[in-house]
Design a binder for this molecule. Sequence first.
Ligand code: NAD
Length: 470
Amino acid sequence: MATTIEEKEVTVFGEEEAKQLVNELRVAYDSGRTRSYSWRVAQLKNILRMCDDSEKEVVEALHKDLAKPELESTLYELGMIKNACKVALKELKNWIRPEKAKTSLTTFPSSAEIVSEPFGVILIISAWNYPFLLSIDPVIGAIAAGNAVLLKPSELAPASSSLLAKLFAQYLDTCSIKVVEGAVSETSALLEQKWDKIMYTGNGRVGRIVMAAAAKHLTPVIMELGGKCPVVVDSDINLQVAVRRLIAGKWGCNNGQACISPDYILTTKDYAPKLVDALKTELEKFYGKNQLESKDLSRIVNSNHFARLSKLLEDEKVSGKIVYGGERDKDKLRIAPTILLDVLRDSLIMNEEIFGPLLPILTLNNIDESFNVINSGTKPLAAYIFTNNKKLKEKFVMSVSAGGIVINDTTIHMAVHTVPFGGVGESGMGSYHGKFSFDAFSHKKAVVYRSFTGDAALRYPPYTGFKLRM
Ligand code: NAD
């Protein structure tokens, strides 16, 4: 359908259009094409080729949307996507193979296996902060598992969204893999349809809307959400290494606009001044004196997020606590790396996910108090601790509930494809990466094989005599 506004043709995407697209995908899926090993491999190889051919365009799009530094674009978006593709291509035969399962005496004689069956037609709704990675990485899982898939990228990264639409049409099987660009109304139209699985990446408020829509069709969901990722800093550490890794995870990941970026630090009152000094020194080494101008820092995505972050800084409970940074440029949407010391737990900044370059430090009498602070909040997507204390590490692993934990570093679990990536509680449900992506988009079908021998009389009526005495 098309309407004319000021002689410009605008495509309207509503429920009818959404319904038609889902039908097309279902026809493709029902034809069986997406289930063949060769189709899956061909699409994965096409994604690899697409990434290699389009590196320059991707870097440019990310620069337009976020002023993302080139290295972050090639390493954390394209590099991660290519790795995910290579792992899937290498392992796909093993993943697809039915898994033998043990049977019990009760079913003797029998054999059993678990067959990975594609769900069917998948909807993937992704977010703006890593627009390529968060779109293509789930698509890789959906394709590897043999599904047809529709991707809805985020409208807040428009250059990336339109490049994704263009590249998918150019490189992938357009009958079975489609992209719809758009915002709330387009996504709502898509959510009215029946999908076989939905994966949503974004904030919990919209996550609830997506889950409610999915519930109408009993569609299973994967929710990749966010939260406040804590970092505990003990005093028996290699401070310089710790601080460099903290900076890489905070400002080196899209200037703090990353779901697993450190959100706040917990350290002791005694250690905090040392930590702040080390942070200042390394930040200046990395980003120079005029950090608002640094080419190695992304800008804030848009004016709404800029205003939201500014409000957090202007809160009277924290405005006097800035010990480093705080500079802002509204026109260029830039905020410099900013450290706030001795922030109180009831301030605004401690009551929402920051998702930007502000880093509050909360000080404690002793490091053990950090467990209370973390566990009294909602469960984060990631939690980090820097320490050499074995007991403290063990306690952290055993008593902090988070999507993932890293000891003595930040964010790098994202790059370990043998562990699942996902949240718990408010930070999400379900997980992906590596084999977990394949499993996320596969139904695990139980198959039990019997022959006609060994037909035990016990299960058949009449239930009398020796059967009752068993
Ligand atoms: P966003 O604004 O890009 O929204 C995400 C998607 O939801 C978009 O595709 C958007 O079109 C859609 N959407 C927005 N409003 C909607 C509505 N009313 N109905 C239906 N769809 C709607 O991204 P965001 O939410 O600002 O992303 C930031 C959040 O996402 C943070 O909380 C962050 O921690 C989280 N996040 C999580 C992960 C993860 O892997 N767990 C990754 C990135 C971001």
